[in-house]
Design a binder for this molecule. Structure first.
Ligand SMILES: Cc1cc2nc3c(=O)[nH]c(=O)nc-3n(C[C@H](O)[C@H](O)[C@H](O)COP(=O)(O)OP(=O)(O)OC[C@H]3O[C@@H](n4cnc5c(N)ncnc54)[C@H](O)[C@@H]3O)c2cc1C
Length: 269
């Protein structure tokens, strides 16, 4: 999702909101819930369960935003490099329109190794009420057709917010199986308690995120579901998503439009 270099005509129509951090909570060893809020979010129009926003942060070493509500990727490309905001995509875990607030569950991806991670994860580690942010979006990638009765979701910690949002908003008559890779039991967040929702936790047990084949193996071990009524969604490291796409398209015979496996991040090194 490299909007920095994409053809931006359509993307430029997507709104940008200016907000600030209003609360920070450590909700798992590797995850912080950052609540952002502000009057500008009164304009926010929800799009779907997995809706995501691009979180725009001040450039490295700066505390003030260098963009406003007129932000778009065309303008971004014209900005001097040191003025450009830095950020990443995050899922809207909760939207409270009555308070103009949004929760983002942000993975602190390098905490266990002790290495200071990417800009967004570093920012999340230090975020405090009053910190300014801008949010570009929302967009969606979860679009099952009306004939779908069974949803299968493959996610790691980054896709966990979207997986839970999908399960929590499941319409009657649909079932969802969520297969979620985390480091260990301490990373289990309270699962949605709804009829028809099954959560299967997979544990890395200290392995480096993005290096295991747990999600892929889980897909291989499943009995292929009915391709006519199944929709597969996912958000995790890009290689895991590629492997699972191969399985569900070739072995499960799912048509292209019944598969949305989004590379949420890419392991480097
Ligand atoms: C549609 C969408 C929705 C997303 N929703 C969420 C969400 O709700 N919560 C969330 O936490 N993330 C989410 N992500 C993933 C998030 O955008 C990426 O993890 C992003 O790379 C974080 O940016 P960064 O600046 O911290 O790291 P980057 O600068 O992008 O990367 C720096 C280094 O960190 C590594 N890295 C990046 N992410 C991880 C990770 N998760 N674990 C281990 N190493 C990592 C990279 O390989 C690289 O070496 C979403 C992504 C997409 C596309």
């Amino acid at each position: 999702m490299a909007e920095e270099s994409a053809d931006t005509t359509e993307l430029d129509a997507i709104p940008t909101f200016v907000a600030e951090v209003v609360a920070v909570q450590q909700n798992a060893p590797r995850m912080k819930r950052i609540t952002v809020g502000g009057d500008d979010l009164a304009r926010f129009v929800p799009k779907g369960p997995d809706q995501f926003l691009y979180l725009l942060l001040p450039p490295p070493g700066r505390e003030e935003l260098t963009v406003g509500t007129d932000f778009n990727w065309t303008a971004y490309r014209e900005m001097p490099e040191e003025e450009r905001p830095v950020g990443a995509y995050y899922t809207v875990r909760h939207h409270r329109p009555e308070r103009n607030e949004i929760d983002l569950d942000m993975v602190l991806h390098d905490v266990p190794s002790g290495v200071d991670g990417g800009h967004a994860a570093r920012w999340a580690m230090r975020a405090k009420p009053g910190d300014p942010v801008a949010l570009w979006g929302p967009r969606i990638a979860y679009e099952p057709s009306d004939s779908v009765t069974d949803i299968v979701v493959f996610a790691d910690e980054t896709g966990l917010p979207a997986a839970f949002c999908v399960a929590e908003t499941l319409p009657e008559g649909r079932r969802a199986r969520l297969v979620i890779e985390v480091d260990g039991p301490a990373d289990h967040l309270p699962a949605p308690q709804r009829d028809g929702v099954q959560v299967i936790w997979l544990h890395r047990n200290g392995a480096v995120p993005g290096t295991t084949s747990l999600l892929e193996q889980a897909a291989r071990d499943m009995a292929p579901p009915d391709p006519a009524t199944t929709y597969v969604y996912g958000g995790a490291e890009s290689r895991a998503m590629t492997s699972i796409r191969r399985i569900v398209r070739r072995d499960w015979n799912l048509p292209k439009e019944s598969v949305s496996l989004v590379p949420y991040w890419r392991r480097t090194g």
